[in-house]
Design a protein around this ligand. Structure first.
Ligand code: AMX
Length: 435
């Protein structure tokens, strides 16, 4: 058994009594109240989910296992000769809370390679779809089609799986899926956009490096891929993709069913699709000006035009965050170093100077600052991934790391099937009158 699996087993067993004690002895302790606004308004801020993998502070942004983004990147073993860490080591960290050694990281590199063969029928399913299907539809379909491989579902069907053992096949399925996602993503990309010229994996490369290779994009796109997947991995558990994956898994649906569902949520324009929309908006703006950079005044006008036509400014605002997203900052720092003269990058910086003021004046959003999506597309364009429909697939490959770590722990700690209670509008009106 791998060091990762052994460590995870120890961690889960050591953790389980904490959850059980809280549930049995302190189950009645109140941690939040719910008001009518929250019941109608998407359960915003209601504290009713538990995860130890990441925590989102409204001011500071995300911490993975207690570490900020810069701390995380600094602590993890780096790919030799590269700026960015191994995504494999990052997954070890997400699952266990421990920074792996280089040897422990290399074990996962080898493990994912050994699991990376995608069954031919998955490619056949993708090939049977119309070529102009959205890449997110293809991505989600491929994951769902692969459900036939689920070790969890097979074990469950034997009728012998104990609740405390369920994390193990969930972990195995998660590892199998993660090993294959870059292959599936790159296949969709090359099939759809590059004349169906598929590039096979290079057994010498790590997970992120191999993705760049199979995409057919030269380095340093490998480091872009590693950074991108880590930045998009996890954002605690209330966002649509994480929550959906967790919800579906709570019915003891396996990791394939659960992740496919979460990916469908990520495909929404208010969630992951925003990064595609940001680029569309930027390109539209540049086009109106015959591909020259706008003045600040012009940019202000474009932002107001967007708002006045009833649209949101994509890439700005957040349900929880109230400051500039550190995932935006990380990408901005990378860009300052690697693509300082890129005109789209310069435009992104100009938007950052103007949009918060416009959004504040507009007065609706609780957060006028940029989120992760305001930046990611521009880096992709710089390295030649100009097909913006594809961007949410990149997000999805990264997001899989977080949500699969979460559902493995869900089974380890025996979390219950999710079932919040509904009320009717009549009831709300009655309570509203009663005050
Ligand atoms: N542009 C214009 N209006 C905005 C806005 C923006 N960027 N962000 C929020 N608002 C509006 C909302 O639409 C809402 O208006 P309404 O009262 O007429 O419905 C009002 O401001 C209050 O919203 P909020 O409480 O600040 O945000 P929220 O929690 O309801 O929604 C989010 C959060 C992200 C959906 C929203 O900010 C948004 O639509 N942003 C643009 C899309 C985007 O960037 N999504 C990506 C988020 C990160 C991710 O998941 N990848």
């Amino acid at each position: 058994e791998s060091t990762l699996k052994q460590t995870l087993k120890q961690k889960i067993e050591a953790f389980r009594p904490r959850t059980q004690k809280l549930n049995k002895e302190f189950g009645e302790v109140v941690i939040d109240k719910v008001n009518i606004g929250q019941a109608i308004g998407g359960a915003r801020d209601v504290r009713c989910l538990v995860t130890d993998i990441s925590y989102l502070d409204p001011q500071e942004g995300i911490r993975f296992r207690g570490k900020t983004i810069p701390e995380t990147f600094a602590a993890l073993p780096k790919v030799p000769g590269k700026e960015q860490p191994f995504v494999e080591g990052f997954f070890y960290f997400l699952l266990t809370g421990e920074i792996p050694t280089m040897d422990q990281t290399q074990e996962i590199v080898a493990d994912w390679k050994a699991r990376s063969a995608v069954p031919q029928y998955v490619f056949d399913v993708l090939r049977a779809m119309p070529r102009d299907s959205h890449p997110m539809t293809m991505f989600s379909t491929a994951i769902l089609a692969m459900q036939r491989e689920s070790k969890f579902a097979k074990k469950y069907a034997t009728g012998t799986m104990k609740k405390n053992d369920m994390w193990e096949p969930m972990y195995e399925d998660s590892m199998d899926i993660l090993a294959r996602l870059p292959v599936i993503g790159a296949y969709i990309y090359r099939m759809k956009y590059k004349g169906d010229t598929i590039i096979p994996a290079d057994p010498k490369l790590d997970w992120g490096g191999n993705f760049a290779h199979m995409m057919g994009i030269p380095n340093p796109y490998d480091d872009v891929a590693r950074m991108y997947f880590i930045l998009h991995s996890d954002h605690e558990s209330g966002n649509v993709s994480a929550h959906t994956t967790h919800l579906v898994a709570s019915a003891l649906s396996d990791a394939y069913y659960s992740l496919s569902a979460g990916i469908n949520g990520l495909a929404g324009p208010l969630h992951g699709l925003a990064n595609q929309e940001v680029l569309g908006w930027i390109k539209q703006t540049m086009k109106k000006l015959n591909n020259t950079l706008p003045s600040k005044e012009q940019l202000k006008q474009f932002l107001w035009d967007t708002l006045n036509s009833g649209q949101v400014i994509p890439g700005y605002g957040h349900a929880v965050l109230r400051k500039t997203d550190p995932r935006y900052v990380a990408q901005n720092e990378f860009s300052k170093k690697h693509l300082p003269n890129d005109p789209l990058f310069q435009l992104v910086n100009m938007i950052y100077e103007v949009a918060p003021g416009v959004l504040t004046e507009h007065g609706k959003t609780k957060n006028p600052w940029p989120n992760v999506d305001a930046h990611s597309g521009v880096i992709q364009v710089h390295y030649g991934v100009v097909e913006e429909d594809f961007y949410t697939v990149l997000f999805g490959i990264g997001r899989a790391l977080g949500v699969l770590a979460n559902i493995t722990w869900d089974r380890g700690l025996g979390y219950a099937i999710e079932r919040p209670k509904s009320v009717t509008t009549d009831m709300l009106e009655k309570w509203a009158h009663e005050g």
